[in-house]
Design a protein around this ligand. Structure first.
Ligand code: 619
Ligand code: MG
Length: 214
């Protein structure tokens, strides 16, 4: 049967990227998505904003909601210091399978923990499953109508501490109106919008960075 787009994206990584070189994996995916087939990775333009937020935060514990093929997973993990960890949550087993291979090609399997399941089920188990107390940085890039409920769930589970950073993709396109309304009006967050473009296009999109004030 015909291959899937994630399978073709993985093949492009294995063909064009150097094993153990995370940035070459990121470059290979961007090339594939810009010149061959569009895919919903955060991409190179928003990826530079992601890089600067991650580098400035220098987080020990990172949570990513929505792994997809692992593009942002690899991009973030490539910037983390030695003893830090990235936990990424993906509920589609086909995507998880591809992402594991992309992560392995980048040589980042020791830094990244991909856990299969739904964020709503896994967020309450983060402390017991991974011994995490709080997350220093959370990257939200899963179903757009889940950003708000999952943020409230993370608050409830005590997974955020004073200074924890939430970075949300796609707050303009496809858009996350209820999340933006909540986070921009909550006295518990200080938010900043980074204007950019939808990956590999000229359409406006952006990232919302919100610092939890505790
Ligand atoms: C049920 C909620 N919990 C979840 N728990 C774990 N994994 C989840 C969850 N939701 C979704 N996922 C996974 O995250 C990924 C979903 C991401 C959804 N993203 C988008 O829809 C998206 C869509 C676009 C987009 C923009 C413009 C278009 F014309 C078409 C598409 C751009 C983006 O950057 C996007 O992130 C998948 O891998 C899915 O299996
Ligand atoms: Mg996205």
């Amino acid at each position: 049967t015909r291959s899937t787009r994630p399978q073709r994206l993985l093949a492009a990584v294995q063909k064009n990227a150097t094993r153990g070189d995370p940035r070459s994996v990121v470059r290979a995916i961007d090339q594939f998505c810009r010149h061959k087939e569009w895919a919903m990775n955060v991409g190179d333009e928003k990826g530079c904003i992601l890089d600067s937020v991650v580098s400035e935060a220098n987080p020990t514990y990172v949570l990513e909601l929505g792994t997809y093929c692992g593009y942002s997973t690899v991009r973030i993990a490539s910037l983390l210091s030695p003893n830090s960890k990235l936990i990424t949550v993906e509920f589609n087993p086909e995507y998880a399978k591809i992402a594991r291979q992309v992560i392995a090609w980048a040589g980042l399997q020791d830094k990244i923990n991909l856990v299969e399941g739904a964020s709503g089920d896994l967020i309450p188990k983060m402390q017991e499953m991974f011994g995490v107390k709080t997350f220093d940085l959370v990257f939200l890039d899963h179903w757009k109508d889940r950003y708000l409920p999952d943020t409230k769930l993370m608050e409830k589970c005590g997974l955020l501490r004073k200074g924890s950073i939430l970075l949300a993709d796609n707050v303009i396109c496809p858009g996350t109106p209820d999340y933006l309304e909540y986070i921009r009006n909550s006295p518990q967050y200080e938010s900043q919008y980074f204007k950019s473009h939808l990956e590999y296009t000229k359409v406006e999109d952006g990232l919302e960075k919100s610092v939890f004030l505790g």
